[in-house]
Design a binder for this molecule. Structure first.
Ligand SMILES: [Zn+2]
Length: 432
């Protein structure tokens, strides 16, 4: 069984001034706690929630006596999450400041600090006692209510001061059963494409994420230069143009569509998905041509990590098992001859040093991920015995060995299944 969680955002109508003031005060105190804790935790190098709570809980209780005691608890959780994120960026050399900035605050609530007050209102514990607020429900909310999801004990409240509204993040959870996999579908994620191996055939879905990130990077730079010359550095006009770029939306779009196609292909066959176990830091051979460290990190996050996370999340929803395999050397060794493959200068096509056949780098990675899983190496998947390629390199053919079917983004990105995309004969080719 796996726990699947989804956040649903609901808003209250504008609240009476007096009532809203209670929440403004609450947020102020909560923010103070988080700021204080974050400073302390960074200074002392404490990133564990348990440790932070052990060290600071008593002090906080003394300082904020009229606040319900569990705010000290959730503030510690909030602060330690911020500190962990900050310390990670710091380790990667990506954080310039000494301390993380606490800009946006949402108040973290646990089961002692809120409870549902019927289907369209919640009760929140404040320094003025329990306060009930109604919220506007919407179709998405009812869908979760009606489809067997239940409310988790965590919730977050954000204040919209301009409209005197509360924005409430509710979390719905559901337990989903995983099936026993009948086979495996391996996935190799790259900065510009995702290659999958299904029943002996490799498909390369073009994502062009690196190109997208780079394209936006240069566009943003141009806009910045142009507007900074004309207006104030903090000009609203610039921000408006920047917002119109919608980089995040486009990246998310690609990410979720890729994940859906892959998970559905696995689900239809009742297969498990095999993914590379990723390191926190981009491996040297990944996107090393990008010099700018921050930019490289962004591309890595968006393509490798972002796509994997999406696959993992969609897989949970469908109950598709996911297996993580150590990616070491997966693209360097021939899956048939177990011999090194020689890649020409920067080429993604290489020649096997023993058999002399040609391979596409990403296809090699997929085959080797599959074998590692089947041989029970670095995974908990059932071992299926020896390599199915032994003695019969049939799946790879003789001429186009290890060459994937390349599918352009505008083809697969229309929410189609892999089959539907492939059945469109004239529109995809195998040229690389
Ligand atoms: Zn070979």
């Amino acid at each position: 069984m796996a726990r699947v969680a989804r956040t649903v955002v609901v808003e209250t109508p504008p609240l009476p001034r007096k009532l809203f003031r209670v929440f403004v005060e609450l947020e102020g105190m909560y923010r103070n706690m988080v700021e204080q804790l974050t400073l302390y935790a960074v200074r002392e190098g404490v990133s564990s929630f348990t440790k932070l709570k052990a060290l600071k809980y008593r002090e906080l209780r003394g300082l904020y006596q009229h606040l319900p005691s569990h705010y000290a608890y959730t503030a510690c959780q909030d602060a330690s999450a911020r500190v962990r994120g900050f310390l990670r960026l710091k380790r990667l050399g990506l954080a310039k400041k000494e301390y993380p900035e606490i800009r946006k605050v949402s108040i973290w609530l646990d089961d002692h600090l809120w409870k549902p007050g019927g289907l369209t209102s919640i009760k929140i514990a404040t320094h003025e006692g329990w306060v009930t607020v109604e919220f506007n429900s919407h179709r998405q909310y009812w869908r979760y209510i009606n489809r067997g999801w239940r409310l988790a004990s965590e919730a977050r409240v954000k204040l919209d001061k301009r409209n005197r509204q509360l924005i409430i993040n509710l979390m719905f959870v559901k337990e989903v059963g995983m099936y026993e996999p009948k086979g495996h579908l391996s996935v190799d994620v790259n900065e510009n494409n995702v290659t999958i191996l299904v029943d002996g055939t490799a498909y390369l879905l073009k994502t062009d994420i690196e190109k997208l990130v780079l394209g936006y990077y240069y566009r943003r730079k141009r806009i910045q230069e142009k507007y900074d010359k004309l207006y104030d550095v903090r000009s609203g006009a610039k921000r408006k143009v920047m917002r119109r770029l919608k980089e995040r939306k486009k990246k998310n779009d690609i990410r979720w569509k890729t994940a859906n196609i892959i998970v559905r292909a696995a689900y239809e066959r009742q297969y498990a998905i095999v993914l590379e176990k990723l390191d926190r830091r981009p491996a040297n051979n990944m996107i090393k041509r990008i010099r700018d460290e921050q930019l490289r990190h962004r591309i890595y996050q968006a393509s490798f990590r972002g796509i994997q996370k999406a696959i993992d999340e969609v897989a949970r929803k469908y109950g598709v098992p996911v297996v993580y395999v150590n990616p070491k050397n997966t693209s360097k060794t021939c899956p048939i001859h177990n011999a090194p493959i020689n890649y020409g200068n920067g080429s993604r096509i290489g020649r096997c040093s023993r058999g002399g056949e040609l391979w596409h780098r990403d296809v090699v990675a997929c085959w080797n991920l599959l074998f590692k899983t089947r041989l029970g190496d670095g995974s908990n998947a059932p071992s299926l015995g020896a390599s199915p390629l032994d003695g019969s390199p049939v799946p790879l053919g003789s001429t186009a060995a290890g060459e994937p079917t390349v599918i352009a983004r505008d083809l697969w990105a229309r929410w189609k299944s892999l089959e539907a995309t492939l059945n469109n004969p004239k529109k995809h080719g195998t040229t690389l």
